[in-house]
Write a protein that binds this ligand. Structure first.
Ligand code: ZN
Length: 347
């Protein structure tokens, strides 16, 4: 499919999922709606260099858009848990302007810095994925404005760009690592994966080879899940209990096996911020896209509009009405807490 057509398809899919900032507040609200969150099932593709060779078993589709039936309706009165689980890919300036897919997956470091500053400024609480899972399972309360940060694929820029910024705020994050790609060009080395784990970040599994699981035989799909778990557990010396489906591709067998293998959560690319215990094997997430404005990011999380200083930090334009000089630090910014990495509770 020509790049332009693929990009148009991606935009269409994202618009359907209500994930584009330009889709407006009304659409964004639907992301957080218990009803709509369970009614939309979209998978999006990932970058060219994360795309696997065709599966030796069946042809892996390059673009996966599974029209999944609506998730199991929740019984009336069963309370869900609201917590947006964001997922990122690269924290980088997209190296090739003509790579529109890469662009959509690349949040520039300055924008990422502005995003986490925004979270800190406005009382968001970055909670660990494990803590969110416990709250979903046991219907316990989370702090106000909770948000979970996840990263897919185990790219090196998670370690070199995101980790230092996250540590500066004492924020946690989970990175789903493709175990067979550690040490490859743009991916973290095994030493970086281990170091991130030891700094308190959570490492999850993301298969060995990054195939679309639903395209594989059951034998191969199970191996991809189990072997990636075992490889990372051997590297880290503790259980790995978080999993993410490559391309958001999975079927009922994969879901069942994820639970059987001991994963406490398996993250999908289905959009939504409301969660129920029955959905932990297809955890809904919200994609942090490249090209998203800080205002769009704020709307995605239901937060207030960013200040002009925050917009300036993001590299955006300061509103014309503002007469204050563009500051590099928000006047409402609080001092960053002392980094206090602690052992990952999910391992
Ligand atoms: Zn992936």
């Amino acid at each position: 499919m020509p790049a332009a057509a693929r990009w148009a398809t991606l935009l269409f899919l994202l618009a359907l999922a209500g994930l584009l900032p330009s889709t407006g507040t009304a659409s964004l609200r639907t992301v957080a709606s218990p009803v709509d969150a369970s009614a939309v099932g979209l998978d999006v593709f990932e970058p060219e260099d994360a795309e696997p060779a065709p599966s030796p078993f069946t042809a892996a589709p390059r673009l996966i858009a599974l029209a999944r039936p609506a998730a199991t309706p929740q019984a009336p009165g069963v309370a869900g848990t609201y917590v947006p689980v964001l997922y990122y890919h690269y924290i980088r300036i997209n190296p090739s302007p003509r790579d529109l897919v890469g662009f959509s997956l690349s949040v520039p470091p300055a924008m990422f810095r502005a995003q986490i500053q925004y979270l800190a400024d406005h009382g968001f609480h970055v909670v660990r994925l494990h803590d969110a899972v416990m709250a979903i399972l046991h219907h316990t309360a989370l702090p106000a404005r909770p948000v979970v940060l996840t990263f897919d694929d185990g790219y090196a820029d998670f370690f070199t760009q995101a980790v230092p910024m996250l540590l500066g705020h004492g924020f946690s994050a989970t990175d789903f690592v493709i175990s067979g790609r550690m040490g490859w060009g743009s991916y973290m080395t095994s030493a970086q994966v281990r170091a991130a784990d030891q700094m308190g970040f959570t490492i999850g599994a993301h298969t060995v080879d990054h195939y679309a699981l639903a395209s594989l035989s059951q034998v191969r799909a199970l191996w991809e899940m189990r072997q990636s778990k075992l490889t990372l557990e051997t590297l880290l010396g503790h259980p790995v209990i978080d999993f993410a489906y490559p391309y958001g591709s999975f079927n009922a067998y994969d879901e069942a096996q994820a639970g059987q293998l001991g994963f406490e959560v398996a993250a999908s690319t289905i959009g939504g911020a409301w969660h129920w215990p029955s959905q932990l094997m297809d955890l809904h997430r919200i994609r942090a896209t490249g090209g998203m404005s800080l205002s769009g990011y704020a709307r995605l999380l239901g937060g207030p509009a960013p200040s002009s200083a925050e917009l300036a930090l993001a590299g955006g334009s300061v509103p014309p009405a503002s007469t204050s000089p563009a500051a590099t630090v928000s006047p409402t910014a609080r001092p960053a807490p002392t980094p206090s990495p602690s052992p990952s509770p999910s391992g």
